[in-house]
Design a protein around this ligand. Sequence first.
Ligand SMILES: NC(=O)c1ccc[n+]([C@@H]2O[C@H](COP(=O)([O-])OP(=O)(O)OC[C@H]3O[C@@H](n4cnc5c(N)ncnc54)[C@H](OP(=O)(O)O)[C@@H]3O)[C@@H](O)[C@H]2O)c1
Length: 257
Amino acid sequence: MTTETVRAEPAAVAPAEPRVVVVTGGSRGLGAGIVESYLASGDRVAGCARSSTTEVEGWLASHPDHFLFVPADLSRSDDAKTFVDAVIERWDHVDVLINNAGVARDGILAMASDDDIDVVVDLNIKGTLYVSRLVSRRMLARRSGSIVNISSIVGRSGYRGLGVYSATKAALDGLTRSMARELGSRGITVNGIAPGYLRTEMSHGLDEGQMDQIVRRTPAGRLGDPGDIARVCQFLTDPRNDYLTGQVIVVDGGLTS
Ligand SMILES: NC(=O)c1ccc[n+]([C@@H]2O[C@H](COP(=O)([O-])OP(=O)(O)OC[C@H]3O[C@@H](n4cnc5c(N)ncnc54)[C@H](OP(=O)(O)O)[C@@H]3O)[C@@H](O)[C@H]2O)c1
């Protein structure tokens, strides 16, 4: 007979307070799908990007009390601070951070310019570090929160012509594990999601032949869509899943299984 205490699940989950959810790059593509998912779950959502979109204008009109948009270039530390300060001023704290903003430049490393390297490293690594530093300070003070870093399967597998991008995504996976160790004892979870290929503007660089080949090799028989990833964000940031941290979950229809 074990003496371990078994925590019983409550019969019904009490309606939760709306969470404050920060989604970087929450203006289109995957970020837009994540924003929509948290608005649908009744949460308050703050998004940022360098420029607004029709989706952003629509959420500002349909959810004026639950959606905030701040124009920001997260490769700049001062813009990251402006964004996080605006969220705190509006809603006082952050419960969930989804580090989604990312950029890719195609081309083999041998031909990459300094600019190709800087743009990708400055947003994907430095931008994520800037926002995570600011938000985790706030989460530490409240001893709660969850962070999800949007990585990519190419951070593990590599992809010809995406060397710089792949390097930044592998770096994010290291950040996920380190932050989970730093923040775990303070009630903060940190996980990553490594999507396969999604049908967004970012994947427009792939030609139809490459797309067909990816679909043929994917057991699920299709490309991913933002909803596939948003549902995993919801799972990882559900406060009941506080024993799940330091993991990078691959969501790729089985492509790399
Ligand atoms: N698409 C895929 O197949 C795929 C696969 C695996 C992982 N991912 C990852 O998923 C995430 C989202 O990708 P996506 O496909 O949705 O890309 P996307 O359609 O190109 O959207 C990127 C988002 O990031 C914003 N952004 C770009 N540069 C920024 C900057 N300097 N500062 C602030 N925001 C910036 C964009 O808005 P602005 O341009 O207006 O700033 C936009 O909101 C990325 O981290 C990407 O690496 C994508």
